[in-house]
Design a protein around this ligand. Sequence first.
Ligand SMILES: C[S@@+](CC[C@H](N)C(=O)[O-])C[C@H]1O[C@@H](n2cnc3c(N)ncnc32)[C@H](O)[C@@H]1O
Length: 380
Amino acid sequence: MTTSAEFRSTLVDQLTANGTLTDPGWQKAAATVPRELFVCEFFRVVPGSNPTSYEAVYRDSPGWLEVVYADQTLITQLDSSTRPSDTDGAPVTGSPSSSSTLPGLVLGMWHQLEVEAGQRVLEIGTGTGYSTALGAHRLGDENLVSIEVDPAVAERAATAIKAAGYAPTLVVGDGLAGHPDGAPYDRLMATCSVRYVPQPWLYQVRPGGKILVTLTGWSFAFGLALLTVTEPGAATGRFLPGYTSFMVARPHDRPPRQSLALLPGDERQSRIDPALIEDWTGGWVAQLAAPSAERLGAGGQQVLSDVATGSQARTMPNPDGGWTVTQRGPLRLWDRVEDAVQAWQAAGSPHQEGFGVTITDQGQRVWIGSEDGPGWNLPV
Ligand SMILES: C[S@@+](CC[C@H](N)C(=O)[O-])C[C@H]1O[C@@H](n2cnc3c(N)ncnc32)[C@H](O)[C@@H]1O
């Protein structure tokens, strides 16, 4: 039977071979920290379920350890309260609210953070504590502070981190406020996403320090950015290659939606193929243009519903080609999306790594190409 140490060794070999793990220090951390301590139980998606449903997987069930080391995200909580052992074995539905992020992503982010021995790090989103334990192994307990907003999640993480033999500073609270008592930090890494960079982070990370964070919105588009703090309250940086998404920080989540009634409005022909906003970066651009809108629908039938104003836009393919868009409300959502998508196309439709962000006391602006390129303000 394959042992936990053997599974870890295989995972390290895989992540080294695919270029994720290049630093011997992080290789050692990955080879040492037993992920199974952090995911004693988790949810597995029921194959083919619609709506997506989940069933509990418990420690020592057949194949459990193999899945633990399969480089997958393991969901550990639904709807901010339900854990696997709260279910009676029957499949459940819900929205994932805590997880152990896949090791390849966590270790990749520790690399991307460019953190050096002796530097102080603030992690936002302890979750199961696996990424925290990796950080504590590599950087030392005294250099790591990790914040988790959910007290029950934080308690389980604290138990697991202790069992693994680490003792970083663990804080229960809203990570968007940072942890001033531990500042200044050299690095900040968020494993939950945010709609904009919270101001306290820009003061608690020292000038020259770096922030690795996934920006998101209410249309479920994501972009991982590495920022350098240029002076207290200001930062600049670029988005990174790849396709990284994280569950949104709870205070930045959209308000619960009531049922959505599609109402009549002004009709015209769309200037763009609506399916463009299903593309990873196309959806990102659309979200930048309509940051408080939620996106539903698929292909040529897209629906945007603005949470802040109730404005709507919806597209429909015409029988003889093209698409009709119907808009209503104070915000002409589709006008904004079309302008943004066309600006992105005019710039050559780059992947997100062609974008950057600049933060000053005047606002937070995401741009294409360079600071004087086309851009959009985040909803600070
Ligand atoms: C993807 S999980 C973190 C994964 C974790 N780093 C790991 O390796 O297990 C995201 C976590 O962020 C937490 N979270 C959400 N909003 C937060 C906030 N405002 N402050 C701190 N933690 C938050 C969630 O409760 C959840 O546990």
